[in-house]
Design a protein around this ligand. Sequence first.
Ligand code: ADP
Ligand code: MN
Ligand code: MN
Ligand code: MN
Ligand code: MN
Length: 359
Amino acid sequence: MAESTIISNTANLQKYLALPQKGKITAEYVWIDGSNGVRSKSRTLSKKPEKVEDLPEWNFDGSSTGQAPGDNSDVYLRPVAFYPDPFRLGDNILVMTETYGPDGKPNKYNYRHDAAIVLNHNKQHDIWFGLEQEYTLLDINGWPYGWPKNGFPAPQGPYYCGVGTGKVYCRDIVEAHYRACMYAEINISGTNAEVMPAQWEYQVGPVDGISMGDQLWMSRFILHRVAEEFGVKVTFAPKPIPGDWNGAGLHTNVSTKEMREEGGMKHIEAAMEKLAKRQAEHMAVYGEDNQLRMSGKHETSSYDKFTWGVANRGSSVRIPRSVAAEGKGYFEDRRPASNGDPYQLTGIIVETLFGKVEG
Ligand code: ADP
Ligand code: MN
Ligand code: MN
Ligand code: MN
Ligand code: MN
């Protein structure tokens, strides 16, 4: 890493993190703000919670995060899941929360609320998701990490799953994030270097139901938090560099109990027919600026037209070759952008497959 960009001293910090906590724990409350980012703040608790209901509701100043007006600025944080804290260790925890207004209604940016209704209503289908989160690491000036200051690296080719100097950048951040997610009991299933240099991917899944969104958001929080210690920025922008450079997606792998059982292929095909009828509705929640990425080039499909095919990386949905061969399994929706909200996208997929649920 370029030493000049490291702005914190985590080596010195270790001495203090080793101090005993005298029976108290720290809970880091994490929420989603008004610009598709994460925020967090810390509070001391007198004991480790056993279940999420043991965690107190909290609040923050929503006028400082674009989530509420100044004259009525309290936004409430309701815990929905918690994880072992890979930064503070011990009994300390990271807490995922939902945001609510003073009237008890979900905040405008609380997409989890509606998603939980449709996902919980369809529990009998035992729906699994696997998300492939792509992202790009940037230097402090916002240029992809390791790229020449006023120029571009050699064309794409050697970087995907690359090994060696000049082929990958910031593997230390990727490794740190991978281990931190494992420690936090996020179901991280792997990681790889991507086609554009300084672009990476990790996968979370299979995870069922609403937990998918919780785990993915927490994994994003952990990534920002790890990269902060290295003085590196993370962007989830779907097309960070225009031109002949790959964009970043959030491929969404989906299966229901019926799709995974013998003869599941007919359920996958029925799902394709349903998805084809709602292309515009899906694209509306599959991430901002996604039309910049979905050019039909660089392993993407058309923004406007739904297509599917076996082993076809240029279609909206790909059925893996092994799934077609076995006649059962899952499908991969390749349309979501890297900045897509996992609550919105798992929610709309289940709504399209099984119908609207009145809240
Ligand atoms: P790709 O070949 O598209 O790069 P990856 O290996 O990166 O795929 O990611 C595939 C994801 O799909 C993983 O997170 C994996 O856990 C998940 N997955 C595997 N089987 C299923 C399934 N039956 N239902 C949903 N997700 C699945
Ligand atoms: Mn204050
Ligand atoms: Mn992948
Ligand atoms: Mn990828
Ligand atoms: Mn994929």
